[in-house]
Structure formats: structure tokens, C-alpha cells
Design a protein around this ligand. Structure first.
Ligand SMILES: [Zn+2]
Ligand SMILES: [Zn+2]
Length: 274
């Protein structure tokens, strides 16, 4: 296993279960060369999932102190996973990961993309006329526009809608129409230089048996000259490298010979797969 890093790691400052010092210790035991923390950035709703805006400095201070503690042994970076609806300023962080986790409803409330299936189903029925493809169209267009506008280092779990689709079957993932929709949203992002995340988090949590995004997207991303980064979206240190071997095998199968990770000297470094 050559990946030896994760740039998408949560802490109890948001919905993570493992305290940052324990996560860092686990990463070091596994021989990681680097570790990036990326708690959910502060937002104005769904407070149990994100950093409390009043305590954002505590998060920053804890991660910076850990970085000093591991200096010379394992490089630790301070990041955030920043949602489209987040109110946090990405300045002051080493990097941010752009994500769309919510649909906004006409009444101002939000439905979580990867939350309870029933709540997403209600959103599709009430706000998309029951049309799962319309939900997918909205999701991809929000994520595409957010990445183009915010210029993140990393694009999080590009096809996160697959999580609930596995249960709800809101649209056909193999249909040409769906594939065109997803590819059309992804294509312009290759030119931003953002890293496309191969996210194994849903494998660790038992929702999917392959990473985000689907192989057909990864194959085209490579053809467009895009770079990938493998992350476990880790909320629990027991799963820090869950799915890494499968992700690496998939990338090799698709013709990738390298990926990118947080480096020891350079912030982003290419390394060979396999
Ligand atoms: Zn996320
Ligand atoms: Zn995450």
C-alpha cells in the first residue's frame, strides 16, 4: 500500500469520533508520511455536523499544535471540508475540500444529500416532481458551479448522490443520460487544477462497495489530464485506510500510474501507485 496519507479526516470538532491526537498517532503507526485534518467548516444550520463558529480557533490551534509535535516525523496539515452553504472563511487553512451536502428547499430548510434516505426521498417528491434525474441535475450543477467559483484544492466525493441512490433507486446510474449529466459537470473542473478525490468513506461505513466517484468518471478524468487523491473521509481511526487497497487497484486498472497526496516537503506530491 503506497498511499500513506489522508487529506480528508474529521475530528470531534465536527462529527468525527476520534480525537485528533489519537488519529495522528494511528496515522503515524501506519507509516503515514502526512495527514490532513478537514473537519466540516462552520455553517449556519445542522450544527452537530460542523465546527462551532465560536470554537473554530480551538480547532485550528489543536491541529497546529499537533503539527509541531510531529514535525520531522509526519507532516500534519490544517484543512476544512467546506460545504457550498458553509459560512467559514477558507483563509487561514492550508487547503479546503469543496463539497455539496445539502439541497436548499423553497422554505429555506435543507435536505441532506447523504443524510436519511427518507428525507432525500421527500425532497425529490416535494421539490423535484418525483424525478430523481432532476435531483441529480441540481446536485451536479451546484457542485460544478461551487468548484468553479471557489477553486478548492480537492473536489470531495463527486457523486455523493450514489449513497442514497443505492437504497432509493431514484435514477439509473448506468443510463446514458445520467452518465452524460455527470460527465458534463465534471469536464470543466479538470481545467481548475483541483484534485478529484477517490473517496473510500462510504465503503468504510458499509453504504457502497466502490469508492466515489464511479469508474466511468475516473476514466474520463484521466483522459482530460486530471489528477486524483485517495482519501478515506475518516471519522473513526479504525477505518483510516479502509478501502485504500481497493481504490489503488481500481486506479491501476483504469490506467493511472500515480496519484497525489499531501507531501512531506512539497504540500502536494505525486507518487507512483502499485
Ligand atoms: Zn463530505
Ligand atoms: Zn468528510
Amino acid at each position: 500500500m503506497s498511499i500513506l496519507s489522508c487529506a480528508h479526516t474529521h475530528t470531534p470538532h465536527c462529527d468525527g469520533k476520534t480525537p485528533a491526537p489519537d488519529m495522528a498517532r494511528r496515522a503515524y503507526e501506519l507509516g503515514f508520511i502526512s495527514l490532513g485534518f478537514s473537519s466540516h467548516a462552520a455553517q449556519t444550520f445542522d450544527p452537530e455536523y460542523c465546527i462551532d463558529p465560536a470554537r473554530e480557533n480551538e480547532y485550528k490551534a489543536e491541529i497546529r499544535a499537533l503539527a509541531r509535535e510531529y514535525e520531522g516525523r509526519m507532516r500534519i496539515y490544517l484543512g476544512i471540508e467546506r460545504d457550498l452553504y458553509s459560512c467559514a472563511d477558507p483563509a487561514g487553512y492550508d487547503y479546503f475540500i469543496a463539497a455539496v451536502h445539502y439541497f436548499e428547499k423553497p422554505d429555506g430548510h435543507h435536505a441532506a444529500v447523504d443524510g436519511h434516505a427518507e428525507s432525500l426521498k421527500a425532497y425529490v417528491d416535494e421539490c423535484c416532481g418525483g424525478d430523481g434525474m432532476e435531483m441529480a441535475r441540481r446536485y451536479f450543477s451546484m457542485l460544478r458551479d461551487y468548484v468553479l467559483e471557489s477553486r478548492p484544492a480537492i473536489i470531495a466525493h463527486f457523486d455523493l448522490i450514489r449513497k442514497n441512490n443505492a437504497k432509493l433507486r431514484l435514477y439509473d446510474e448506468d443510463s446514458p443520460a445520467y452518465r452524460r449529466l455527470a460527465l458534463d459537470a465534471l469536464r470543466p473542473l479538470a481545467e481548475t487544477g483541483a484534485l478529484l478525490e477517490v473517496n473510500t468513506g462510504a465503503m468504510a461505513r458499509g453504504y457502497l462497495d466502490t469508492p466515489y466517484p464511479a469508474p466511468f468518471l475516473l476514466r474520463e478524468w484521466k483522459n482530460w489530464g486530471g489528477e486524483v487523491i485517495v482519501n478515506s473521509d475518516c471519522h473513526d481511526m479504525r477505518f483510516l485506510t479502509c478501502g485504500y487497497e481497493e481504490a489503488e487497484a481500481l486506479l491501476l486498472f483504469l490506467g493511472y500510474d500515480h496519484a497525489v497526496r499531501l507531501g512531506k516537503s512539497e504540500m502536494w506530491e505525486q507518487f507512483p501507485l502499485g
